[in-house]
Design a binder for this molecule. Sequence first.
Ligand SMILES: Cc1ncc(COP(=O)(O)O)c(C=O)c1O
Length: 405
Amino acid sequence: MPALLPTELHEYSLRDVVLGLALMWHPAEHGERVAIPGLGDAIPIRSARAAVVIALKALGMSEGSRIGVPLFCCPVVFKAIRAAGCTPRFIDIDPDTYCLSPEDLLLKRPSIDALIAVHMFGNVCDMPKILEIVKGLPVIEDCAQSLGSKVGDLPSGSFGDIAFFSFRSGKYLAVGEGGALFSPQKALQDRLADLVRTLPVPGRGEEFKHVLRTYVRSKLRSRPWWGWMGSRIWAIYNKRTEFLDKSPLILSRIFASDLAAVSRRMPRLGSMIAARRANAEYLDKSLVQNTGTTGLREQENFSNRFMYPLQFRSTVHRDQVARSLRSRGVGTSTPYEDVISGTTEHYGYQGDCPTAERLLKRTLVIPSYQTLTKRDIEHISCSVNLSMQELAYGGSGREARKGAS
Ligand SMILES: Cc1ncc(COP(=O)(O)O)c(C=O)c1O
């Protein structure tokens, strides 16, 4: 299936390779700062997962501290909490935003020592309410998916004690790896910078391998390679790799090539967000919403619409639509699917996040990124509507098409 549309955007061109490798012979000053729009200077680091470890250290969280974190989250965050010597305490989510549920947070407030508020899919958590509930506890904002999202004029990352960002491929800037740490408190920002300075700088050989690996991976995750072989390779990797062995966590400074790519791409962030939002708004209008999906309600907040999730009534329905979309050349993903079993087995999750569990089993993400053409996005929309009709008509494509006409 050469035309299969990948769900995520992995843009890394030969030009990025040349510019990245050129830095090895003409090294730039190893960057101390990266400018985050609306926030100001942040401290670059190898990845967002490394940022979690440094943030918890900077806040002085002691061994065994309990860190509140939504169950609907990238599991590498749980790994980073553990790497900092702490324990994740799972909080449920709001089904409309996929962000922390203030009600569940209120219940679990006595059993946490700090909180990581994850702005999932670009939606900003209800920060005023959350800050009120956890008054007195350190709050870290996970802005890995919310670069450019705001509440009024306030950017995500400006509410908590510390915020971190991810520039990894698949995220908005898609530079390979790369993350950043920010604190609005000067003393804390200085402490973060001091801690990051103690981390090793990746060597030349590592940098060389990283640039080439990023290029190959990005090709495999883009058209046409995703359909030819990339999606199969990823499926095999995901099936064969143990929960804890996925997504390795390496504590180091940022790769110089990643930092340079962040600086090159950041000025285009506004236009990238505008284009992705336009795609999401087209899908909002054109998808038939009454055949099993509720879609994601746009918040009053300005969301960067990082991902476009659909919700289904059951896992069976979700998987049926995923298969049908694949047969029409539309790739999909089921984010964090193994989190329930993985956290139960390895992090002592006790089944107290029913909404997150439901959505982990019933959410399907469809492509909506900014480089899709008008034709692509129309094709995605038609394919979803047809697949939904097939679902309603019990899987008969002919009847579905009859119903559509
Ligand atoms: C919500 C969230 N937090 C943290 C991370 C970790 O980011 P990174 O891959 O840069 O370590 C990711 C993505 O991987 C994420 O989606």
